[in-house]
Design a binder for this molecule. Structure first.
Ligand code: PLP
Length: 287
């Protein structure tokens, strides 16, 4: 079934949606994005994603093209038009399409931003059977730029990381810089040692995950200890459990790294409990 997508104010069949070849998202990766999940036809943590979007835009000297309420309305209309029960909404805002290719930013008065949203229908997203077996990761060097806290569309290296993982017979890659894990290619990374949930502290080195913020809050509420600090691949191998978080995977257990089993080599109790709590609480707060 053809999707209805949103492009610059219009709702169109996906085959009719067109973007200029001069769009700076296409030529320069000059754009930001967000992915918001949908459960039971409602948006998970919409406000968190909207706040991070505003921050990403501000950091790149771009304006928010509409109010948060208008943005929410577009998300809801796409869910309705495409009859999404479980899935995701992808949003991308670029600096628009000036008359020609140029490194200098175009005058925002003369060049309108490009705003695109589309749905990804994923029935069974919350009940993903992969969560019952966990995923395997490999470690790779983190060679991304120094502003990973901005959610830009420069996703070539994360794509390469996923391909490296696939080639190695794994599901994803954790990136390592100066001996410490930064994050997964498209998720935040955690280990569990005893009652402690350990994850890297927030900085420009990682994306400030919206799911991360919620999961750490739920972990504290469930009397788990949270330690925000750097950790090494050796520590991952010695950990009792490991997991990732993101808007589309929620909390996903990690059972092996670089071919070595983590803990018992099966999804850990804390990761599974946090997944359960996250899904339950997010559904309650969905809008
Ligand atoms: N880290 C990176 C590099 C990501 O690309 C993502 C999500 O796309 C995340 C972390 C998780 O962020 P969120 O929980 O907001 O989806």
């Amino acid at each position: 079934m053809s999707r209805t997508v949103y492009v610059n104010g219009d709702y169109l069949p996906e085959s009719d949606a067109k973007i200029s070849i001069f769009d700076r998202g296409f030529l320069m990766a000059d754009g930001v994005y967000e992915v918001t999940s949908v459960l039971g036809g409602k948006l998970i943590d919409f406000d968190g994603h909207a706040v991070r979007l505003e921050r990403s835009l501000t950091e790149l000297d771009m304006a928010m093209p509409m109010s948060r309420d208008e943005l929410l309305e577009i998300h809801r209309e796409l869910v309705r038009l495409n009859e999404i029960d479980e899935g995701m909404i992808y949003l991308q805002i670029t600096r628009g399409a000036p008359a020609d290719r140029d490194f200098a930013f175009p005058d925002p008065e003369a060049t309108a931003q490009t705003v695109v949203l589309f749905t990804q229908n994923k029935p069974g997203l919350a009940d993903n059977p992969v969560a019952k077996q966990g995923i395997k990761v490999i470690s790779i060097d983190d060679i991304r730029w120094g502003r990973r806290d901005i959610k830009t569309v420069q996703l070539l290296y994360p794509s390469m990381g996923k391909m490296m993982a696939k080639k190695a017979g794994a599901d994803d890659a954790w990136m390592v810089e100066d001996g410490f894990v930064t994050e997964g290619t498209s998720n935040n990374a955690y280990i569990v040692k005893g009652n402690k949930i350990i994850t890297r502290e927030l900085s420009k080195d990682i994306l400030h995950g919206i799911t991360r913020a919620a999961v750490l809050r739920f972990a504290r509420e469930a009397q788990m200890e949270v330690e925000e600090r750097n950790f090494t691949i050796d520590e991952v191998k010695q950990a009792d459990e490991a997991f990732i978080t993101s808007a589309s995977t929620f909390v996903m257990p990690v059972v092996a790294i670089d071919g070595a089993a983590i803990g018992d080599g099966v999804p850990g109790a804390k990761a599974l409990r946090l997944r359960e709590i996250y899904l339950e609480e997010s559904r309650k707060a969905a809008v």
